[in-house]
Design a protein. Structure first.
Length: 99
């Protein structure tokens, strides 16, 4: 079974809960890394969920700083990754593989 490296999401964080990625039909996605940066001069907060289950819960990101998370989380066909932050100055990069 072939695996393909994928950037599930890369961009500004939404300020209302938004779907960032949906696992395509007949695929399984494995999230491996989440990098969150804050380019604002004030502390900001971010929440990331997989299928409605919070995996990164309202985590504070210091001003002009980054936070990284590394894990292996499998996600089945049709399930979603969603996110929200307190400012669009927060940038999110979620990567992994599709199988």
């Amino acid at each position: 079974m072939a695996t393909t490296a994928v950037n599930f999401y890369r961009g500004a964080a939404p300020t209302s809960s938004t779907t960032l990625y949906t696992v395509p039909s007949a695929k399984t996605a494995i999230v491996t890394d989440v990098v969150i940066s804050n380019t604002n001069s004030n502390q900001q907060y971010v929440t990331i969920s997989i299928d409605g289950i919070v995996i990164i819960p309202n985590v504070p990101i210091s001003a002009n700083n980054i936070v990284t998370f590394s894990f292996k989380q499998a996600i089945s066909t049709g399930l979603i990754i969603s996110g929200i932050a307190s400012s669009s100055d927060v940038k999110i990069h979620i990567s992994g593989v599709e199988v």
